[in-house]
Design a protein around this ligand. Structure first.
Ligand code: ADP
Ligand code: MG
Length: 353
């Protein structure tokens, strides 16, 4: 027989245990909810809207702040207009004189030259003079004369950009301006993801003006769903969606920065072989690739190439997929995306290639 005292003790111990379990369960659940709660911060950098969403860390804000800081750091190095940026210094240095650059810049320039080689010059980081000449996206865009275009075109050619990534030096071998606008945002996405991961963030989405990179497992276990913009409709109207487990999506389109003159649309993606905005019947190209940098550079290159050439590349290269919207209202989806893509617009016809 238990004594009265022992019974009281046992009851007390049991009560304590129940309370302990309940408390633990409460905190475990709260931790889980916290983990599933997204934290989002939006801002403006690199000339575009930035949106970072993360899951799974109590210090989310601090990590995201550091992510934004990293973007500003990269912008300060590669902006064409910020005096003192590496690109600004290189563009103002005499031809044939090496300029010291930071590691990020050297890496970006080396990669840019590689993408130029890989795409046979459809992507070309030496198109800076074209950008200045046309002024698309500025207050005073204009159609330059044939002569001006020929002059500005004379120095264009990625072979004339020399980068020494060991000595951290870059040099212009001809009269052109470097412009990393078609690759830097994708690279910045990758860098933000690195920063977030280092700070313990397990999952999230970084969107830098349409350069999107996802990482980690979404708390609900599903793939990340990304909308592909309808080039003819208001922002947020999609031609379709894709579901991806990881990686990056970037879109280059003629609807981002453009102006009309005499009924003709002039946009900001140049064909480095002509000096004019690329015109190959493409309205937008979205590229899905492992890194933001690849997706960014290739979406620009593919836009310039046009449907036939770009699908040659996509079907040859593992890990690269594309969604193309054409001027005659077709949406062409690479075969690797057949399951991941979902059409949502009745204004287009859809095909898999
Ligand atoms: P966005 O900047 O709108 O995201 P892109 O990634 O396609 O679009 O980059 C376009 C920018 O890249 C232009 O504003 C210009 O600075 C630069 N650019 C234009 N044409 C080319 C090209 N053929 N190769 C490399 N860079 C380019
Ligand atoms: Mg790009």
């Amino acid at each position: 027989m238990m004594s009265g005292r022992a019974r009281v003790l046992r009851l007390a111990a049991l009560t304590a245990l129940v309370i302990l379990i309940a408390t633990a369960a409460y905190f475990a659940r709260r931790a889980l909810t916290e983990k599933q709660q997204p934290y989002t911060q939006a801002g403006f950098a690199m000339g575009t809207f930035v949106r970072i969403t993360v899951y799974g860390n109590e210090s989310a804000k601090a990590a995201v702040d550091d992510g934004f800081r990293r973007i500003n750091e990269i912008e300060a190095l590669v902006s064409t207009t910020i005096q003192g940026s590496d690109v600004f210094k290189l563009n103002s240095a005499p031809i044939g004189v090496p300029v010291k650059v930071h590691q990020d810049t050297a890496y970006l320039m080396t990669s840019a030259v590689e993408f130029a080689r890989l795409t046979d010059g459809s992507f070309d980081p030496t198109v800076g003079r074209m950008v200045d000449l046309w002024g698309i996206g500025t207050e005073n865009p204009r159609v330059p004369s044939e002569e001006e275009i020929m002059q500005a075109l004379a120095g264009v050619g990625y072979q004339n950009l020399a980068v020494d990534s060991e000595r951290l030096e870059a040099m212009r071998l001809a009269d052109f301006f470097v412009d990393l606008g078609a690759i830097a945002k994708g690279y910045a996405c990758d860098q933000v993801v690195n920063v977030l991961r280092e700070e313990g963030i397990e999952a999230g989405v970084v969107d830098l003006g349409g350069n999107i990179r996802v990482f980690g497992v979404k708390p609900n276990g599903r793939d990340w769903r990304i909308g592909i913009q309808d080039p003819s409709a208001s922002r947020g109207s999609y031609i379709g969606t894709i579901d991806i487990a990881s990686g990056a999506v970037a879109t280059s389109g003629d609807y981002e920065r453009y102006f009309f003159r005499d009924g003709i649309l002039y946009h900001h993606i140049f064909d480095p072989s002509t000096g004019y905005p690329a015109r190959r019947g493409v309205r937008s190209v979205s590229v899905i690739a492992p890194t933001g940098m690849q997706a960014d550079a290739l979406s620009t290159a593919f836009f310039v190439m046009g449907v036939e050439d770009l699908f040659d590349c996509v079907n040859r290269w593992q890990e690269v997929e594309a969604i193309v919207v054409t001027s005659d209202r077709r949406v062409i989806v690479s075969s690797g995306l057949a399951d991941a893509f979902e059409a949502v617009s009745e204004d287009y016809t859809y095909e898999i290639r």
